[in-house]
Design a protein around this ligand. Structure first.
Ligand code: SF4
Length: 334
């Protein structure tokens, strides 16, 4: 383990420290760790135990993040660590998010950068588990990436305090932020998070970089049309051009309710399309559609997708080739 002092914390009485990285603001006694398990009060200094500890590194289609409006069809070097500040009962990556003994390999930020350049990646994606609990390492990698004209992409639960978020925003090009539910009580129950903090992150991020949102619709958790309408209204109030990915839950980790009813997901999709310009369905069979980018102005298919096979059809400088409508797509000039 490479010892690295945490950037955001303060000293309290009785040798306790308070971590200020995420809204849990954990108060950590000597030789103990916070909720995420990755920040330890080590003799009066808060130390991250996961600096450079990589559990997975892979060239992924950018659509897999998912980001559909950010360099569509390109691949990006994606890295992740272990641990999380949420405890989602249906975590899809529980084997690394909640196993602090998961195998890791150490990489210096420079090694990650050289790997991205060697693979001709458009940049670095910090993903698989919550990237912001890896804050110091993500900042070092992000700085290097930016200096080398690579993009930085964060796939996050959005549960971070405003000051460290502003640090990240210096280097951020795109984020996919989870909006798990629109009920604060559900956030607390299923993950330990808080709705208002996530909404603050979404608003702040949307001011500074490209943002897409993801909601996993889970049976018995948030498969409620009134709640879905609240999410739709919220997104519309921030910017109706923000792409919204609605994803079908399958049993995982500590939750084994049946997979989400596809008809319900499709009814949310239809409802959302009345208010939002770009809505996508994930984790459901391809025949149900909802993965192509369609111009909201003239109905032309702009980007078509079959699985992770992406084809640019009618896109020019981020706009519809047919009618010129702004599609909120960042791309090479195609
Ligand atoms: S980053 Fe970890 S230690 Fe710090 S406040 Fe959040 S959960 Fe607690």
């Amino acid at each position: 383990m490479k010892e690295k002092e945490a950037q955001y914390y303060k000293q309290l009485q009785d040798e306790k420290l308070q971590c200020l990285l995420c809204p849990h603001n954990c108060i950590i006694p000597k030789n103990k760790s916070g909720i995420c398990g990755t920040r330890i009060n080590f003799d009066g200094r808060l130390v991250t135990t996961i600096y450079g500890q990589v559990t997975a590194a892979s060239m992924d289609p950018i659509e897999k993040k998912p980001l559909y409006h950010f360099y569509p069809g390109k691949d990006i070097l994606s890295i992740g660590t272990k641990g999380c500040n949420f405890k989602c009962i249906f975590c899809q990556n529980w084997h690394i998010a909640h196993d602090l003994n998961a195998n890791t390999s150490y990489y210096e930020p420079e090694e990650i950068l050289q790997s991205a350049i060697g693979k001709k990646s458009i940049g670095l994606a910090y993903t698989y588990t919550e990237p912001f609990i890896w804050f110091e390492y993500v900042m070092d990698c992000s700085r290097l990436a930016k200096e080398n004209n690579l993009k930085n992409v964060y796939v996050t639960n959005g549960f971070i305090n405003p000051e460290p978020l502003q640090d990240i925003m210096e280097y951020a090009d795109a984020m996919n932020i989870d909006l798990k539910t629109f009920r604060d009580s559900t956030y607390k129950r299923i993950s330990g998070g808080r709705l208002d903090k996530v909404l603050d992150t979404i608003r702040a991020a949307n001011e500074r970089c490209h943002v897409e949102l993801t909601t996993l619709i889970a049976t018995g958790i948030n498969d409620d049309m009134e709640e879905m309408k609240d999410i739709i209204q919220f997104i519309s109030s921030v910017d109706r051009k923000i792409p919204w990915h609605i994803s079908r839950y399958h049993p995982a980790y500590k939750y084994n309710a049946p997979a989400t009813d596809i008809d319900f997901i499709m009814s949310v999709y239809e409802e959302a399309r009345k208010e939002l310009n770009f809505v996508y369905c994930g984790n459901i069979p391809g025949s149900y559609g909802g993965s192509d980018t369609v111009c909201p102005s003239c109905g032309t298919i702009v980007v078509s997708r079959t699985g992770y096979n992406t084809r640019i059809e009618n896109l020019e400088n981020g706009c519809c080739k047919k009618c010129g409508a702004d599609l909120n797509i960042i791309s090479m000039n195609v």
